[in-house]
Design a protein around this ligand. Structure first.
Ligand SMILES: [Zn+2]
Length: 479
């Protein structure tokens, strides 16, 4: 090999190794404090909302983060875990009239998760909570407050403020430990209090040290680290077992240990706002490294954090921007509407798969029965064509569809379409988009929405797998 080629080869090899070893170091974050420069066509509505806040708080620093992520992929990446074995990524409060109706997952319905007080959150709920435009207001802004880089503070001032804003059940031991942890890990002490209040109540066994059912007396887990399960008892016992494994025999030890997890596991992992700790849209393992399942978690903790903030304080806020967001902010889910079965299954008579029964379906069916070229219906579409209830598709189905369109017949209920993965693959976050969760051959899937058009010859259908994973699969990979 000639020397020059050898050198080039070596250089390429080194670059490849660097690229493989540290991709996150190469693709640095794009954070900008030039709010005026936000392109309103690409990120509609953001500039006006942020500038209104800037005008009211000239001392505060506002930054935007260009995440380079597609809005649709963010929502689908978060809308995962629709099964008891995996537990949903996002939960909303059960038995609460403020979070009923369209807040409840269109796939899981009223199946209970975690302590039993939670439902899986719907896609509409995710869109509403994750859309930053809904939180760019005086009340909800604090979930975007930057938590890293908190350095020196006046202990006496902080202690006085903590004592003013804390509820009475947060005792002196907790206040002193919050200050000690803030000093040790350079984390905002008010953020520590906010997290604690979001996680605990005065009577929780994880806070009181009373143990549970005679077990784990004298152990504390104030930040609920490791307290995940699908029953109330399981949540408490797992949390106490974790405390025991860490030797957290006082509230102080539990606070120092818990803040260490937050500081090293989240804040230094670039998840340095409450929003980023809840919605993992930054870093390498997107949508998978989140602090809590409660869809209201970031907003609630932000409300506590706000209590410690003053108008002349030196705060920074990081607001994420996503590509292809809707023109206006996603609406709050309607509590008096509910998901019909149609959103999670095939609509009878919808033969072309456009989520509507109309004259196009009649034409398609006639062409199919006539053996026209290019009209080849697969088995699941044929099931949706059997509107007259017979085991074969015949001219009777055409008649029934025409009668339905004339208002003279009623079609049968929607059908849940299912399939089986026949070749291991990964579900995608958008049609032909980013690969995400693996599904192995033999996994059963429910088809939520069939593609009407192919992309480069492939139909990408929206499905939920039996393991709770959600996304798009090529129609060539299931039957
Ligand atoms: Zn669900």
């Amino acid at each position: 090999m000639n020397k020059k080629i050898k050198k080039m080869f070596l250089l390429c090899l080194i670059l490849t190794i660097i690229f493989i070893l540290c991709p996150s170091k190469i693709f640095a974050r794009t954070i900008d404090n030039n709010i005026e420069a936000i392109d309103d066509n690409l990120y509609p509505g953001f500039k006006t909302l942020i500038q209104a806040l800037q005008a009211n708080h000239p001392n505060w620093t506002f930054k935007v983060e260009y995440t380079d992520l597609l809005w649709e992929e963010v929502i689908n990446g978060e809308h995962q875990g629709h099964s008891a074995s995996t537990s949903p990524t996002n939960l909303s409060p059960a038995d609460n009239s403020k979070y009923s109706g369209l807040w409840i997952c269109e796939i899981c319905g009223t199946q209970r998760y975690d302590s039993g007080n939670w439902y899986c959150a719907s896609k509409e709920a995710l869109e509403y909570m994750i859309d930053p435009r809904n939180s760019l207001n005086e009340t909800d802004l604090f979930q975007f407050m930057q938590l890293s880089g908190f350095e020196d503070f006046n202990t006496e001032t902080v202690k006085n403020t903590l004592n003013t804003i804390k509820p009475s059940w947060i005792d002196d031991e907790c206040v002193d430990a919050i200050i000690e942890a803030a000093n040790t890990y350079h984390v905002d002490p008010y953020y520590i209090l906010a997290k604690l209040l979001e996680e605990q109540s005065a009577t929780s066994p994880l806070f009181t040290g009373s143990g549970y059912d005679g077990n784990y007396q004298g152990y504390y887990n104030l930040f609920n680290v490791g307290a995940t399960a699908n029953t109330k008892e399981g949540v408490i016992l797992n949390g106490l077992a974790y405390a025991a494994s860490q030797g957290w025999t006082t509230k102080r030890l539990s606070i120092l240990g818990g803040v260490s997890v937050l500081a090293n596991g989240y804040i230094t992992e670039e998840q340095d706002t409450l929003y980023y700790q809840k919605y993992d849209v930054i870093g390498d393992s997107k949508y998978q490294h989140q602090y809590q399942q409660n869809i209201l978690g970031a907003q609630n903790a932000g409300t506590y954090l706000k209590k410690s903030c003053s108008n002349d304080g030196n705060y920074s806020f990081i607001i994420p921007l996503y590509k292809n967001m809707p023109e206006s902010a996603c609406p709050r889910p309607n509590v008096s509407q509910s998901h019909s079965q149609n959103t999670a299954s095939g609509l009878m008579g919808d033969i072309n798969g456009d989520n509507d029964v109309n004259v196009l379906d009649v034409v398609m069916l006639i062409n199919y029965l006539n053996g026209e070229n290019g009209v080849d219906l697969d088995s699941s579409r044929l099931e949706l064509a059997k509107v007259s209830g017979n085991s074969d598709v015949t001219v009777l189905d055409v008649v029934m569809l025409i009668n339905y369109l004339n208002g003279e017949a009623v079609l049968p209920q929607a059908q849940i379409l299912t399939g089986t993965v026949n070749n291991s693959t990964k579900l995608r976050l958008s049609p032909d988009g980013t690969e995400f969760k693996s599904v192995s051959s033999g996994t059963s899937i429910e088809i939520l929405k069939r593609a009407v058009e192919a992309i480069n010859g492939v139909y990408w259908d929206l499905v939920v797998a039996s393991n709770g994973s959600y996304g798009y699969i090529s129609r060539n990979y299931y039957q």
